[in-house]
Write a protein that binds this ligand. Structure first.
Ligand SMILES: [Zn+2]
Length: 252
């Protein structure tokens, strides 16, 4: 079936691989409880092309498959004969990052309650737990201007993310990007955990602030536990295996 679908889409082997990886990513995010009805996006650059893959607007993340992902140009125009529309408003901010940050091949934006709660607090993410320390000094913040659909906000979004991979949209939610889909997955995983733990810590008692010296050691030593294949690859592959034991429908 996959071969026929690949032929129908007239896509390259590289694009089909990207489609499978992205479909798996949507399903994994959904299984982990990080999807938002039919909204929010994970976008991935098609290797070697000025084109991106995005979820079909109107479907749940649990319904995304390799073949129903929509291929679009940087402006959000459809490049394939997909019967599904694209949420152009939602793609606006992804488009700004894809265009201005050429290394940002994979981007996710979510509305999970814990990340939104941290984005909505004055302190933002605090260096008070194992995961949040990884992001200390490596995160940008962007003040709320209403729903992010106006192109003129783009310049400020790019300025505020700076050299980081994470932008916390205040009163809204996080945007996480990376060079590869597995790396984006692992950065997001750690951010999601960091926010969940921060909320629980604040409810449990007085959070213990971690010193700059310990944060520096923590960040330095993290890079020594990366498995072969690059940052996040082993994690992503493990979740794909888990997914396959539950449902392989995303592969088509
Ligand atoms: Zn949003």
């Amino acid at each position: 079936m996959a071969t026929q679908l690949k032929r129908d889409l007239r896509c390259s082997e590289a694009e089909w691989m990207a489609r499978q990886d992205l479909a798996a990513c949507y399903r994994i995010f959904d299984r982990l409880g990080w999807s938002e009805s039919i909204y929010n996006h994970i976008t991935l650059r098609v290797p070697g092309e000025e084109a991106f893959l995005i979820n079909p607007f109107g479907l749940l993340w649990s319904e995304v498959t390799a073949s129903n992902l929509v291929k679009i140009d940087p402006e959000g125009n459809k490049l394939c004969g997909s019967p599904y529309p694209v949420n152009l408003a939602g793609f606006t901010q992804h488009s700004v990052f894809h265009k201005n940050l050429p290394w940002a091949h994979a981007i996710v934006h979510t509305h999970t309650p814990d990340t939104m709660a941290v984005c909505s607090s004055e302190e933002g993410l605090t260096p008070t737990n194992f995961y949040s320390c990884f992001f200390e000094g490596a995160i940008g913040y962007h003040d709320f201007e209403g729903i992010t659909v106006r192109p003129e906000e783009g310049e400020r979004l790019v300025r505020n993310i700076g050299n980081n991979r994470v932008l916390m949209l205040r009163n809204h939610g996080p945007v996480v990007m990376a060079e590869t889909l597995p790396a984006m997955f692992l950065y997001y995983y750690m951010l999601q955990r960091a926010c969940e733990i921060q909320i629980k810590t604040n409810a449990a008692g007085t959070p213990i602030e971690i010193s700059e010296e310990v944060i520096a050691v923590h960040q330095r030593d993290r890079d020594q536990v990366v498995l072969p294949g690059g940052f996040g690859k082993a994690d992503f592959d493990a979740w794909v295996r888990k997914l396959d034991t539950l449902d392989r429908g995303w592969r088509d």
